[in-house]
Design a protein around this ligand. Structure first.
Ligand code: ATP
Length: 203
């Protein structure tokens, strides 16, 4: 089995995340893609993020009806910060020998992957799949090889989809009272409204 994992804050999960997961699913013939919301994100440690329960609920609403999309509660269930490498190592242990893990991310994340905690071990545990992100150049894996030896053989750099959506811009629109149709699934937009998320000016 080939299993894709997309880690992120998912605050909120948006159509960019879903399009990237769909593309990776099709291109690589993945049996499933697991969205893994971060419990206490490594890079966003200081920022106030929405409660895990809300972020998980939004993922569930967004993936309903797509049996090959799943949610992984591995990181939200762990107390304290979690790193991608630990999560993927845990997941790997639960899989069979022939199973392969693919960590899915945007081009922006691939460019800084060498700075991640134990990046060298991470790319031994799983392959990396990177999707375009508007505003970011296509990563040159031979360049990345200098900072993270072995990445060239472990990364799949996709050329599509190109979706200009970020969770940050959605939070900002909500704060400004602007519509977010076409940026998130309708059920997620309704949830944000109902729970009055993203009203806090600090983010
Ligand atoms: P924020 O705006 O809060 O930083 P985000 O939109 O980048 O959030 P995250 O949950 O932090 O969302 O992202 C999880 C992963 O999804 C990251 O690897 C990121 O690169 C990728 N990603 C997010 N949005 C897109 C997009 N529109 N296209 C491609 N990749 C994306």
């Amino acid at each position: 089995m080939k299993i894709g994992v997309m880690g992120g804050t998912f605050d909120p999960i948006h159509l960019g995340h879903l399009a990237v997961a769909e593309e990776a699913h099709q291109l690589l013939g993945l049996s499933e893609v697991r969205f893994m919301p971060a419990g206490h994100p490594y890079f966003k440690e200081a920022a106030a993020i929405s409660p895990s329960a809300d972020r998980v609920n939004m993922v569930n609403l967004a993936i309903a009806g797509k049996p090959y999309f799943k949610v992984s509660l591995l990181e939200v269930k762990r107390s304290g910060p979690s790193s991608a490498v630990d999560s993927m190592a845990t997941m790997k242990k639960e899989l069979g020998d022939g199973d392969e893990l693919y960590f899915i991310m945007g081009w922006d994340s691939l460019m800084t992957l060498h700075l991640w905690f134990e990046a060298a071990r991470l790319i031994r545990i799983c392959r990396i799949v990177a999707a375009p992100r508007p505003g970011y150049p296509k990563p040159d894996v031979s360049q990345l090889e200098k900072d993270l030896p072995g990445i060239g053989a472990r990364a799949v750099v996709m050329d599509k989809p190109l979706v200009d959506i970020s969770a940050g811009s959605i939070r900002q629109r909500v704060r400004q009272g602007l519509p977010i149709d076409g940026l998130v699934m309708e059920e997620v937009a309704d949830y944000i409204k109902e729970k009055k998320l993203y009203q806090n000016p600090q983010r």
